[in-house]
Design a protein around this ligand. Structure first.
Ligand SMILES: N[C@@H](CCC(=O)N[C@@H](CS)C(=O)NCC(=O)O)C(=O)O
Length: 213
């Protein structure tokens, strides 16, 4: 497929964890793609052009040869199904199911962490005040799950790297990068994941200044 046939829409600030997940999946899988940004602060996702493309009027959206797909987990599964290249998910059926579980859980739970530690902490170096009691409870739940999933000293959740590692590392890094107390084993895992070239490529994107207030 020529590069122009695969087109990823992400947020202008490169701060969406869902857009990051799809971007990393594409880099890991390997097809050439182009990228466009959508200015969420200016509600560009609601403008007719983008709204006609993205069913959900959100980022990320991937357009492949006239087929437009939103929702990051659906997009990542599509990339896995359609393109040749290194796998994004474990091959073993239960590990694969577990990886999907981790991704679905991180997208649907732990709201206090997402609210109190926005991705501006991760991608703009912002810092936030101490966690509320709700935030601490969510962090405790995250740590318990991560420690149970991650073998001691393991680089990845399921042996070889999988896309679920990106989502888990991002959630942990919301806390690590704010200087919150995180069990060292998990902090070390999150730092190692952040050194992966595909992840560094997203982290290193040129970002517009943060507009506050
Ligand atoms: N479940 C969706 C979430 C996507 C999402 O929430 N995107 C946000 C940016 S992080 C967005 O586009 N917000 C604009 C809006 O909802 O109007 C996914 O996994 O792709």
């Amino acid at each position: 497929m020529p590069p122009a046939d695969l087109h990823l829409f992400v947020d202008t600030q490169y701060a969406s964890p869902y857009a990051m997940c799809v971007y990393v999946a594409l880099l890991e899988k390997g097809p050439a793609f182009r990228i466009s940004t959508v200015d969420l602060a200016a509600s560009a996702q609601k403008e007719p052009g983008y709204a006609a493309t993205s069913l959900t009027q959100r980022v990320p959206t991937l357009v492949h040869g006239g087929f437009a797909l939103s929702e990051s987990s659906a997009i990542v599964e599509y990339i896995e199904d359609v393109f040749e290249g290194p796998p994004l998910y474990p091959a073993e059926v239960r590990a694969r199911a577990r990886a999907r579980q981790v991704q679905a859980w991180l997208r649907s739970d732990l709201m206090p962490i997402r609210q109190e530690r926005s991705t501006e902490v991760v991608f703009y170096g912002e810092s936030r005040p101490p966690l509320t009691a709700e935030g601490q409870a969510a962090a405790g739940k995250l740590f318990a799950a991560a420690q149970s999933l991650l073998a001691s000293g393991a680089d990845n959740l399921f042996g070889d790297w999988s896309i679920a590692d990106v989502d888990l590392a991002l959630m942990l890094n919301r806390l690590v990068m704010n200087g919150d107390e995180v069990p060292e084993r998990l902090a070390a895992y999150a730092r190692r994941q952040w050194a992966r070239p595909s992840v560094m490529s997203w982290v290193g994107q040129q970002r517009p200044p943060l507009v506050t207030g």
